[in-house]
Design a protein around this ligand. Sequence first.
Ligand code: COA
Length: 324
Amino acid sequence: MNIKIIGTGSAVPKLRVTNDDLSKMMDTSDEWIKSRTGIRARHLAVEESTTTLAVDAARAALNMAGVTAGELDIIISATVTQDRLLPNLSCELQAALGADRAFAFDINAACSGFLYALNLVRMYLSSGRYKTALILGAETLSKIMDWNDRSTCVLFGDGAGAAVIRAFEEDEKSGVLAALQGSDGGKGMVLNCRNRPLNNPYVDHGNEVPYVHMNGQEVYKFAVRTVPKAVAQVVEEAGMSMDEIDLFLLHQANYRIIEAAAKRLGQPMEKFPTNLQECGNISAASVPILLDEVNRRGMIKKGDKIVLAGFGAGLTWGAALLIW
Ligand code: COA
């Protein structure tokens, strides 16, 4: 038994905020942001929420797959910015879609979340017990940014990406051929965000609002070291050579990180489509939104070999190699 992505979908908020827009609110510039990251704009939620973006992305993916919500066995959302602690985003999504047969839960592996979800459904579906799953990355990161901290808030955006996954009998060489996940909790504090503080009859930390804190240079070093290694590992595991890969869809955090990974892998940048210029970093949603964009643009054809890779807070990373 193997698994295939049979539909993709994505959604971003209506409001597009350029670097110039930000420079009117804080001490930054288009030149600084663009030269260090490649980011030109991002979408920020005003009327949307993590749930509405997730619902829109999920509907688009189900539509493309020609699958009804009632056929879904599993819904897994990767997010760090679900709208409620309870119920989870996946259950809210289940209710909105009417996916009555599915079981639904969220995972948090930050920007690697979609890769973790993909590998998780691979395990579930390969058991033979379930047939169809919906996985998502969905975020409204703008609500956990400190808008007085120019070194973090300019990097991130909001949006959601989804994929419908189906189990199939392995009669041909296609589907997900290799996948890996990794974590290094010891370095977790380089990119962190506290939850609500303790508050009970014995301790009261008041109304402290927690925001994301990041040591950008440490995260950068981690990414350029880890991503090429993870990509090389799944390519080797699938018994392929790097030159055989048609597309590398990497987490969209920073153009320089993607360039450094391409260089280390000895591959041309043409094989690394990007959308961070218009989206910024949308954590778990970044890889599935990019996948949906290249899919809808007709950039993927049957038989193409694609590597997906993510990295982020935890620290965590994940990669997968699939034949479309
Ligand atoms: N606009 C203008 N200046 C800014 C700024 C902004 N938005 N943010 C920071 N600066 C300033 C700093 O205050 C610092 O000024 P100083 O030298 O006077 O102290 C200067 O720019 C350089 O800051 P530094 O942090 O050294 O820049 P950098 O070259 O390391 O670039 C990042 C910062 C965040 C772009 C870079 O480290 C990076 O991309 N890291 C990876 C982050 C990432 O991808 N995170 C998500 C992973 S999932």
